[in-house]
Design a protein around this ligand. Sequence first.
Ligand code: LLH
Ligand code: MG
Length: 383
Amino acid sequence: MTIQAVTSTVFTYETDKVKDSDGHTHPGPLRTTKGALLTIACEDGTAGHVIASPADVGEDLLAAFVRPVLEGADPLRHEKLWYELYKWQRGSGGRLTDRVLCAVELALWDLIGKRLGQPVWKLVGGYHDKILAYGSTMCGDDIENGLKTPEDYGRFAEWLVSERGYKAVKLHTWMPPIPGAPDVRMDYKACAAVREAVGPDIPLMLDPNHWYSRQDTLWLGKRLEELGFLWMEEPMEEASISSYQWLSSNLALNILGPESMAGKHWTRAEWAAKGACDMIRTGVWDVGGIGPSLKCARVAESFGMSCEVHGTGAGNLAVCAAIQNTTYYERGLLHPFVDYDRPPAYLRRIDDEMDRDGYVHMRDEAGLGQDIDHDYIEANRVA
Ligand code: LLH
Ligand code: MG
């Protein structure tokens, strides 16, 4: 079986979310936006799919890099195909990003799963058949009764735990361009309000502004230790490994990283070797797919660390389920005014339905486990 065609279908759908000028997601008025369906198909009609951002699967990228590697190839040789694409990155002038690599790799895994009649999470490890999710909030905002005040965070966290069943919660606090942000003291107040609201037994994590100074970060980290937080992630520029070595040696609190730092599993290995973190971060869209995420997990395992997966969706869920050394699946981003459990129009159900006890159960369906509404996409495709 060989790959015959790689295509991208751009479509429109309605969303109630907006991105601010710094790229953080918040609730917003209903508006029309665009998504893309990447399809990798074999000559016998077997096809793998993934939903991606149109910019990551543009026709120019498919023509220049993806089709020359994939067309005519055996999809089961995924590691070889990943390497061939990866090697294009250096000479691509920055066009072939890790997100492009990820989109292609996820569609390839979906194809492999469908071809073999097996779920991807089992093919790549199959350690957990269910995984606890943590409720991951959106960043702070200036919306009345949204996530504007520490008390808003406390109220929302209490709802997440007592009404929705989450067994752990992570706060994203206020970041520019929200007026007054960033402010470590406000961050601390939000964390204290959440601890007060959920009690001492619920694990809590913090993902604050990413450009704090060493001193602000240390001050906040010491307060989080007092509040019994499980981890803090990305409080400083991640390119400065020395800053994270310094931070980790000055705090008992777990530091999780790197999340947004380039370099895939190679960077994660450097962080582990240099003692810059206590837990390793990966995420399929950050490191170029499921394959490199599994390598990050093996690096973490070799250093006796957990590997905590960044972000939501079928690919990240498959990694969480595949590996032994992880704690949670990140479910979000959540906000009092957003119904996370309602699928977008292009899906028949969300990828990560969660039960009342806070578990996401893995499905026994072939492929990645996304339930894509192909009729909707066809009816709403952009010419
Ligand atoms: O800045 C944001 O909106 C969040 O930090 C976001 O990137 C989120 O995905 C994250 O970092 N989760 O851990
Ligand atoms: Mg993060």
